[in-house]
Design a protein around this ligand. Structure first.
Ligand code: COA
Length: 260
């Protein structure tokens, strides 16, 4: 794995843990984090030993406190548009073929919440706080916030978060479906790794195709989605792992999936 300055990547068996490492800036996303994040995801995508990715923030206070506001000062409309039309960290996560879990260990604001929402699952600590506070800076969400938030929690709740910029706590985030589970800070990592390891034992191709099918649901209509699901389901029948999964069930043993 390459050496990065603003992120770290650790392999724990079949699970990779990518940590945004700017704790003195509450892990705010500057251009370098985007560039290094995109590069790291490309390496992890090609690494067949890695089956699940966990993304978190360094320190105990913050997951990601949003875009690095200091970089906004010199941005023109065109440079900002080019930056977000390029391959961003958000989009690379969204397109990452393996399951991605956001382990939200504190402030999850603006681009941080947008990044968490680009992940497949969100697990947070009781001290996590969520907001889209861009409105307080006289701007609006630009990393998918208005779109992914609305898909996840519905228009009324999304509108309230986007228009007020107010923070919500972890329990509220769980209640409205923004996060999957909340744990005390001391259990967050163990519980997240438990979930990641459970998913890492499943058949990788079936995981990838399942992700694609679920994501397609919010980007298409029901008829198109149902047809896509049938096609993806059929592709599973071309894999060795389908043979293994079915044989293991019939032979009353645990399957060993190889990603083929
Ligand atoms: N961009 C750049 N720097 C940021 C940042 C951001 N989004 N969020 C925090 N920081 C920096 C602070 O400037 C400060 O740096 P300094 O020590 O060099 O002054 C450091 O991180 C610690 O933050 P601080 O504000 O002192 O911590 P706090 O506990 O008082 O407040 C927050 C925490 C998260 C409430 C506050 O930092 C905040 O509101 N951040 C901005 C959140 C935001 O609007 N994000 C959306 C951006 S579009």
């Amino acid at each position: 794995m390459s050496n990065y300055e603003t992120i770290t990547v650790e392999r724990r068996g079949k699970v990779a843990v990518l940590t945004i490492n700017r704790p003195d800036k509450l892990n705010a996303l500057n251009k370098q984090v985007h560039t290094e994040g995109v590069a790291a995801l490309e390496e992890l995508r090609r690494d067949e030993t890695i089956r699940v990715l966990v993304i978190t923030g360094s320190g105990e206070k913050s997951f990601i406190a949003g875009a690095d506001i200091s970089e906004f000062q010199d941005q023109t409309p065109i440079t900002q548009r080019d930056l977000f039309n390029e391959k961003t960290f958000f989009n690379s996560i969204d397109a990452f073929p393996k399951p991605v879990i956001a382990m939200v260990n504190g402030f999850c604001l603006g681009g941080g919440n947008e990044l968490a929402m680009a992940c497949d699952l969100r697990i947070c600590s009781e001290n996590a706080r969520f907001a889209q506070p861009e409105i307080n800076l006289g701007i609006m969400c630009g990393g998918g916030g208005t779109q992914r938030l609305t898909h996840l929690i519905g228009e009324g709740r999304s509108m309230e978060m986007v228009l007020t910029g107010d923070m919500i706590d972890a329990q509220t985030a769980e209640k409205i479906g923004l996060v999957n589970h909340v744990y005390s800070a001391d259990k967050l990592e163990a519980k997240t790794m438990e979930l990641a390891e459970k998913i890492a034992e499943k058949a990788p191709i079936a995981l990838q195709l399942s992700k694609e099918a679920v994501k397609f649901a919010s980007r298409s209509n029901l008829d198109e989605g149902l047809r896509r699901e049938v096609d993806l389901f059929a592709i599973c029948f071309s894999t060795e792992d389908k043979q293994e999964g079915v044989s293991a069930f019939l032979e009353k043993r645990k399957p060993v999936f190889k990603g083929r």
